[in-house]
Design a protein around this ligand. Sequence first.
Ligand SMILES: Cc1cc2nc3c(=O)[nH]c(=O)nc-3n(C[C@H](O)[C@H](O)[C@H](O)COP(=O)(O)OP(=O)(O)OC[C@H]3O[C@@H](n4cnc5c(N)ncnc54)[C@H](O)[C@@H]3O)c2cc1C
Length: 423
Amino acid sequence: MGGIRCRRLGLQGVLPYFRKLESDEQYGDDPLHGATGPMPISRVDPANWNDFTRATVAALDQLGLENIHDQNGRFEDGYFPPTFTLKGDERYSAARAYLGPDVRARANLTIWTETQVEQLLFDGKVITGVQARRKGGQIIVAAKQVVLAAGALQTPAILQRAGIGPAALLKSLGIEVLADRPGVGQNLWEHASLGLEAPLGEQARQDASTETSTTRHQLGIRISTNVDPATPADLFVHIGADPHSGFATIVFWVNKPSSRGWLNIIDRDPAHYAAIDFNLLADNKDVQRIIFGLKWLQQVFQQPSLAAYALPLSLSRFAVPAPGGPALDSILQDQAALERYIRVNVGGVWHPSGTARLGQADDSQAVVDSTGAVIGVTGLYVADASVMPTIPTANTNLPTFMIAEKLSDAILDSLKESQHVSV
Ligand SMILES: Cc1cc2nc3c(=O)[nH]c(=O)nc-3n(C[C@H](O)[C@H](O)[C@H](O)COP(=O)(O)OP(=O)(O)OC[C@H]3O[C@@H](n4cnc5c(N)ncnc54)[C@H](O)[C@@H]3O)c2cc1C
């Protein structure tokens, strides 16, 4: 884990939990996949790849990239049908997979929506519950254990407001310091992204409309920029054509960034968002990775199979094709304009992580131990993307489910050990 000491987080420590959570439609029960978990996993059947995707595949073959078939199999450069939390035509959320009718019927489970946790409550350093806003009023929920899972942008803010965070920040806001953990809100990872788009000509529209899947992005690609040999597969690319919007779109992100940002609350008021700086291009290596990606994509579209579409690629931000960006071919001729464009238009991909990261107590940047317990207080745990020591070289949703599965086992084990209770 990149110099961070974390017990039980090697592949063998996490793989059983990935296998436990998934029901992989194509690969089923094998050493790298699970068949009986609550989360359905599926891929666009390459038999349904549309003509545009096949032309892209031919271009990638011409460049010598390998079809590795399974995104979750061998971790290598190559192309593949992207893996989705998908059953039939429908994406699955955590709520859908985990909160079925049987679970909702449990006597020991109460689910409240539209309830905002405002403050963690302590007696000294021992958690006693949470204060929340619900239906316009304030309520107190007493608890001996609290598991915080508010996501990497809210969990650290809640911790800081409770007095767990960098002591200097907390004191400057008049907050009593319960635990001086300088790492709370730091180590903010995100995948820096950029997009490309081109209006589809009539022929390309017809070709793309052979699409039969509900997912537009039929093709995923991992490549290594070698900007830093220690970070293989550090670019992730989706290429697709959407006959409905009339655009071919390419989105790509730095799959293993070097930059990190931070997050700090601005005052004690839970209604105020924290100040956040993703600092996406703080490390110039990430600019180099994006430039590599643009040059590589230019090469892909120059291969005969895609050149036949004569698509006028221009730069765009991630996710929403926005016509009017600079033409790819011309901006690649002007290094200064290119870097300026990237710095102004870089975005994230909604993968914030790392702001309350795992580690050992003597690691000043660590916030939780390997059971998710917050270091320096008793009874408080974190189980969300905040605890990731480093951002995965991949999307973050499934790794977060894995963390939740692993930490729920660890928390139950530690409760059994410390309280001799059966849970
Ligand atoms: C638009 C979008 C698209 C994405 N697409 C993908 C994708 O295709 N693949 C992928 O792998 N990942 C994707 N992600 C990322 C993925 O959703 C996250 O990595 C994952 O959800 C992180 O889980 P989490 O539990 O850390 O946080 P979250 O899922 O954000 O859960 C935190 C929960 O806490 C609640 N909360 C926050 N503060 C409070 C409070 N004070 N009181 C009460 N509740 C609170 C929030 O409402 C939320 O329900 C996407 C994210 C977004 C936003």
